[in-house]
Design a protein around this ligand. Sequence first.
Ligand SMILES: [Zn+2]
Length: 188
Amino acid sequence: MIKVTWEWLGMAPALDLANTVTIENGVEHDLISETENYRRWAEHEAHFMSAYPLDVFEEARPSLMKLRETLRGVLGSLSSGSKPSRALIEVLNQVSRAAPEWLELDPGSLTSRRTGKGREQDKLLALYARSGIEMIAERSGAARRCPAPSCGMFYMSSRPSQRWCSTQCGTRARVARHYSSHRSKSPS
Ligand SMILES: [Zn+2]
């Protein structure tokens, strides 16, 4: 079992889901294929989305895994500079549509509340789909994939020259480059 730390969670929900696959020496690893790791990921996510208890994450697991593939497909296209396919986009739209949501005003407190229709697991899925839709609609050109060794995470760049998802990845990539150029120069 891969040992996973989840301290990077808490970005846009769509990224929290899409980035549960990592790259190790060029090979993709699913970080939440093990039930125990899925549960730990879901615990972190449930913490950010207090409206959804863990058992909703359990029920939604197969659908979330499908939605993850869709999000990874869309982000993969965008980060390589191409337009995502209409079929993938339609999947995002369908998941969003399956649990409609609207605002209501409370007559007593005059505060607004989001309310919606559908099964809890569909609402949870729609939340991830809408997170992806909003992210892409706002800044589709900012989608990137981190090229650092053992990363491969999708992220939204905050400036055009940003190359890595985090300063840690930038440092690791520079260290790796330093060692590989050092090795190639030293006599064998
Ligand atoms: Zn990275």
